[in-house]
Design a protein around this ligand. Sequence first.
Ligand code: FES
Length: 273
Amino acid sequence: MAKIVHREEMAQGTIILNEIEALRISRKAKPGQFVILQADETGERIPLTMADTNPDKGTITIIYMVVGKSTARFKQLQVGDEYFALIGPLGAPTHIENFGKVVCVGGGTGIAVLHPITRALKQAGNEVTTILGARTYDLLIMEEKMRAVSDHFHICTDDGSHGHHGFVTDVLKDVLEKDDINLAVAIGPIPMMKFCSLITKEKNVKTFVSLNPIMVDGTGMCGCCRVSVGGATKFACVDGPEFDGHKVDFDELAKRLASYLDEEKASMKTFEN
Ligand code: FES
């Protein structure tokens, strides 16, 4: 079960794509939903939103960045290897309808999460403007796949190696200035989602973000994934992972994500030795 049938290294080996055998999940999953993976019996449970599904082949695709011990362990798994555990689909699917004009903003591995959502929005008849960002062009993923599901397409790089020299927020401001946008979807690093939401709030444009807090069970039992949205406590695994970006307390989320940083560093050191 959960055998890797295809594997790619992207962004200079810092981002890995795995296509995994998961017949039932591939048939049930909807855009925006996630799975939880475990590399071995004692491994951490890592939630990852699916970048794609192939019900005919019975596979799902996940894309993750190697950031610590658990994802470094994932990286060791090659084609033919199996994950110890895979559960899903989890979380609420993205609400898809014809909103009119939508802007989809993605950064880092958030682009992988954004891909099935953008495709579904396009298939529902929306006019889609996509803005993707990366530190440098070599780290940008899924450019062609995202371009294929967009009507208007922009790339931004922090170092100016391709497209707009600067942040996705610069282009987002511009797009909102020139066009009447009905919906924004922003998925990527927390500061990116926070500042995109601040910009869209000024223009009163409804905005979804997809949150990635630490998770354990993924079914609403442990409370580990709690986030504050509009002053209320929500569980990202069952109430999300998507929320109204104008209501999310991003600073609290960033703080909670950093709670185990020392333990994560120590664990990575042991793994490397
Ligand atoms: Fe346990 Fe969400 S991961 S409640």
